[in-house]
Design a protein around this ligand. Structure first.
Ligand code: SF4
Ligand code: SF4
Length: 212
C-alpha cells in the first residue's frame, strides 16, 4: 500500500523554507558597495532607520524560540505610518555586525526584491522595491544576481502562493502599486523573470521587452 506523503505548508515549516532559500543574492558583499552612501554607514537593508523588517507571525514564533536575533521594535510609534499586511509583525534585529545568517527573516532574504504578479495574476518573477532605487546598489547591478538565488526565490514563493492566497493577494496589490509608481514617472521597470531572462515591463500595457 502506498503511503500518503503530507507536506506541511511552508509557513508551518519555517526552518525548511529558510534552508531552501538561503543562497547569497550575488557573489560579492554588496553591503560594502552601498554603505558608503548611507550616512549611518550601514548597508541600507540592515539599517532600521531605512528598512523595517516585517516578519510573518509564524516566523516570529519560530525565531523567538531558536535565537536571540530578533526583538520588538524599540520605537514602534515611528512605524505607525507603515501599512502592514494581516498576519505580519514589525521586528528589529541586533544589527548587521551581529547578524545570524541562518536566522534571517524572509524579508531579509528577498530584499531588494518582491515577487512580481501581473494584472492577470501570474507570478512572473522578481521586481525591485522601487523605494530603494537610489539606495540599494544592487538595483543597478541586476546582472550580478545569481541563477541559484533567483531559482530559490521563485520556488519559495511558488510554495507560499499555493498555500496562502492572502500572501498572493498582498503581492498582487504591491505589484499594482509598482505599476502605478512607474506609470506616473513614465518609466519601464525590470523583472527578473522565472524563465531566467530579464525584461523591462511597460507599466501601462505590461508588454515585455527582453534585456540583454
Ligand atoms: S541588497 Fe542593496 S541595500 Fe542590501 S546590502 Fe546589498 S546593495 Fe546594500
Ligand atoms: S537579520 Fe541580518 S540581514 Fe536581516 S536586517 Fe538584520 S542584519 Fe540585516
Amino acid at each position: 500500500m502506498s503511503k500518503l506523503i503530507y507536506q506541511k505548508p511552508p509557513l508551518q515549516n519555517i526552518q525548511q523554507l529558510y534552508t531552501s532559500f538561503n543562497s547569497p543574492i550575488c557573489e560579492i558583499d554588496c553591503g560594502k558597495k552601498c554603505r558608503g552612501s548611507n550616512p549611518n554607514d550601514l548597508p541600507f537593508c540592515c539599517d532600521i532607520t531605512q528598512a523595517i523588517p516585517a516578519l510573518f507571525n509564524q516566523e516570529w514564533d519560530h525565531l523567538e524560540k531558536i535565537s536571540d536575533l530578533w526583538f520588538p521594535l524599540n520605537n514602534p510609534n515611528g512605524a505607525d505610518h507603515l501599512d502592514i499586511p494581516d498576519g505580519m509583525v514589525l521586528r528589529q534585529c541586533l544589527g548587521h555586525t551581529k547578524c545570524q545568517r541562518e536566522n534571517r527573516s524572509l524579508s531579509c532574504r528577498q530584499f531588494p526584491f518582491f515577487p512580481y504578479v501581473s494584472s492577470n495574476y501570474e507570478f512572473l518573477g522578481l521586481a525591485f522595491e522601487w523605494d530603494f532605487k537610489d539606495k540599494c546598489w544592487l538595483i543597478d547591478h541586476a546582472d550580478l544576481v545569481t541563477v541559484t538565488y533567483r531559482q530559490e526565490f521563485i520556488e519559495c514563493y511558488d510554495q507560499m502562493f499555493i498555500h496562502y492566497q492572502d500572501v498572493f493577494d498582498n503581492y498582487q496589490y504591491h505589484s499594482e502599486l509598482c505599476r502605478e509608481h512607474y506609470q506616473q514617472r513614465g518609466e519601464n521597470f525590470l523583472v527578473l523573470h522565472r524563465n531566467g531572462k530579464n525584461y523591462l515591463i511597460d507599466p501601462a500595457t505590461e508588454k515585455k521587452q527582453r534585456q540583454p
